[in-house]
Each structure stands twice: as C-alpha cells, then as structure tokens.
Design a binder for this molecule. Structure first.
Ligand code: NAD
Length: 322
C-alpha cells in the first residue's frame, strides 16, 4: 500500500489568468513529488459568470486524471475555502480600473486582504501564504496584520509575497544577453515596483539599462501582449513554493517576508513586508542572508536605493490608513 501526505491548497482568484497556468503546474508533479496528494480549494468572487467559470474549471481538473489530485472544491466565501488549508496562494485582487488612482486601488485591495486575513483563522495554524496579487508586499502585510488580530501567536514567517518573477527575469535575461555563457544568482530587495533593487550574489555590477529593463519588464509585457504576465508569473509561483517547501542549497532566493520593526539591517519603525535574499532550508524554513545585506547597506548608492524602496512600502500603507 502506498503512503502519502495530504495537503489542502487554496488558490484565490482561481478563475483568473495566472490560476489557469499555475494550477496545472501544481497538480502535474512539477512542484511536489508523488508522495504528496492535494485537496484543491478554489476561491473567486460571487458573481454568476465567475461562479460558472469556477464550476467549469472544477470539472476540467477532475477530467485531467492528475496523479496528485484527491478533490476539488469551489467557493466564493474565504471562510469556507480556507478551512483546514495548509497552503494558500493569493491571486485574487481588485484590478486597476480607468479613473482609479493608486490610493483607490490600495484601498480596494486592502479591504479584500483584511477580510481574507480574518478568514485565515479557519486555516491550519501554520498555513503558509504566498501573496501574488498586487501590490503584493502591501497586500501581504495587510493579510498578516489582519490574521494577527485574530491570533496574536501567528507566525510571521508563514507570510510571503512573490519576488521570484523579478529574480527569474533578472537571471534569465542576463543569461540570454550572454548567450548562456554566464549564469548568475539574481537578488531582489524592496518593493515589487519600479523602485525594486536588483542585485546579484556574483559581485557583478549591473548596467543601469539592464536594471531598468527588469524594473519595467511587467509594463513592457502588458504593453506588448495587452495582458499582464501570466505563465511567467505561474512558473515563478511554482519555483517559490517548491523552494520554500523543499529548500534550495544552490542559491539565494528572494521573497517578500515580514521584517520586524527596528530590524538590524532594514531599520523601520513598523513591521513591513519587503523582498530580501534568503537561504531556504526546507520545510518552509528560511534565514535572511544578513552578510550580503550588510555588504549592500555598506555601499552608499545601493543603501540609498534600498531606503527609497522601503520608504515607498511605508507610503503604500500610509495611503490606506489615511
Ligand atoms: P485576473 O484578473 O485574470 O484574475 C484575478 C481573479 O481574482 C479574477 O478571477 C477575479 O474575479 C478574482 N478576484 C477578485 N477579487 C477577489 C476576491 N476578493 N477573492 C477572490 N478572488 C477575487 O488577474 P491575473 O492576471 O490572474 O493576476 C492576478 C494578480 O497577480 C493581479 O493582482 C496581478 O497584478 C498580480 N501579479 C503579480 C505578479 C508578481 O510578480 N507579484 C506578477 C503578475 C501578476
């Protein structure tokens, strides 16, 4: 008789475009080995065409005969969808609409993440969260702080946001520029925005044009394709989840993580979610790579860029609070 471990995994925004690329990767053995079986929970909003779509997705997934899939459930209620979850991937968010300013967008999304943070009380206490919906760092901070109000003992290390797409872009475009002759370990620090700081663990000084290309890549895709990144985002979430679960001894991995207030490197007056280089040790454990952060903070130019991006993260939260 085969033995296996079961994980309940929820994907929010399950009727959206990233979900349609991510879910097949999740179930196809690209992230977890055969010893893990999945109960999949799909959450989206309560409007008839979306519910119809969710139900259709459930039927198709059941037809795929994935080795790993035990069950699929659908819901429009986060309390129900998160029940007993071990992992939640947060793709669902409010998109920017014509006439909306940045503060409107932040406020709409903050309402969603306050509610979903409260709903985390229904998930397993150690449920691991990956926030992708933008602004992903700020949404993750709101999620964490809202969950903490319901359970003050909640572990801050359970909350992460996606920087891996930016890291993948940096490493992949560098390799492409060099015809595959040189591979690097890219590092992303700060916000997932144009202020993100792009560095590496190879003592290479990047050209400013290269940095700008990575910072603006999301916009370039949106303009060229007419839609935001989807399969590259799905691949990045798969990389993030796989490395967070199994560890990665080969390189530093960038993720948005909760940094305590007055952290020894990023001295901030509040807890914030900020992308940093991490050593991933397996079983969802990580350590911030402090030595390389100290090296970056000793360089006046890099320090200034990091502080600018951290300031922007603080401003996003202030825009919501006001
Ligand atoms: P999409 O618009 O195709 O799908 C979003 C889905 O979320 C929709 O089905 C929508 O109905 C649903 N949704 C909205 N509010 C919800 C709620 N309260 N609860 C549950 N579901 C809800 O968007 P997409 O292309 O799949 O992108 C998803 C998110 O990921 C966007 O916010 C996008 O900006 C972000 N993104 C982040 C990165 C990154 O690197 N961090 C990269 C690409 C995209």
């Amino acid at each position: 008789m085969s033995t296996f471990k079961t994980l309940k995994i929820c994907v929010t925004g399950a009727a959206g475009q990233i979900a349609s690329h991510f879910i097949p990767q999740l179930l196809n053995g690209l992230i977890f080995t055969d010893s893990i079986k999945i109960n999949l929970s799909l959450l989206d909003i309560n409007i008839p065409p979306v519910i119809k779509m969710l139900n259709g997705i459930k039927l198709e997934l059941e037809d795929c005969n994935y080795k790993s899939l035990l069950s699929v459930s659908t819901s429009t209620d986060a309390n129900e969808a998160f029940k007993n979850c071990d992992i939640i991937i947060f793709l669902g968010g409010f998109p920017r609409k014509p006439g909306m300013n940045r503060s409107d967008l932040l406020n709409q999304n903050s309402k969603i993440f306050v509610q979903q943070g409260e709903a985390l009380i229904n998930a397993n206490e150690n449920c691991k969260c990956i926030v992708v919906a933008n602004p992903c760092n700020t949404n993750c901070e709101i999620l964490y702080k809202s969950a903490k109000k319901k359970n003050e003992k909640i572990n801050k290390n359970n909350f992460t946001s996606l920087s891996r797409l930016d890291q993948n872009r940096c490493e992949s475009l560098y390799k492409i520029c060099n015809n595959g002759k040189e591979e690097i370990n890219g590092i992303i620090i700060g916000n997932h925005s144009n202020t993100m700081v792009i560095e590496n663990n190879n003592n290479i000084k990047f050209d400013e044009k290269f940095i700008e290309k990575i910072q603006k890549r999301g916009g370039e895709i949106l303009e060229t394709k007419g839609l935001s990144s989807s399969f590259s985002a799905a691949k990045a979430i798969a990389d993030h989840l796989k490395d967070w679960y199994y560890g990665n001894n080969n390189k530093l991995i960038s993720m948005g993580v909760v940094i305590e207030k007055d952290d020894e490197i990023i001295k901030n007056k509040n807890e914030i979610v900020c992308s940093l280089p991490l050593k991933l040790k397996g079983n969802f454990e990580y350590e911030i790579e402090k030595e390389i952060m100290k090296k970056f903070m000793n360089d006046e130019n890099t320090k200034e860029k990091i502080e600018k991006s951290v300031k922007e993260l603080n401003e996003e939260i202030e825009m919501i609070n006001n």
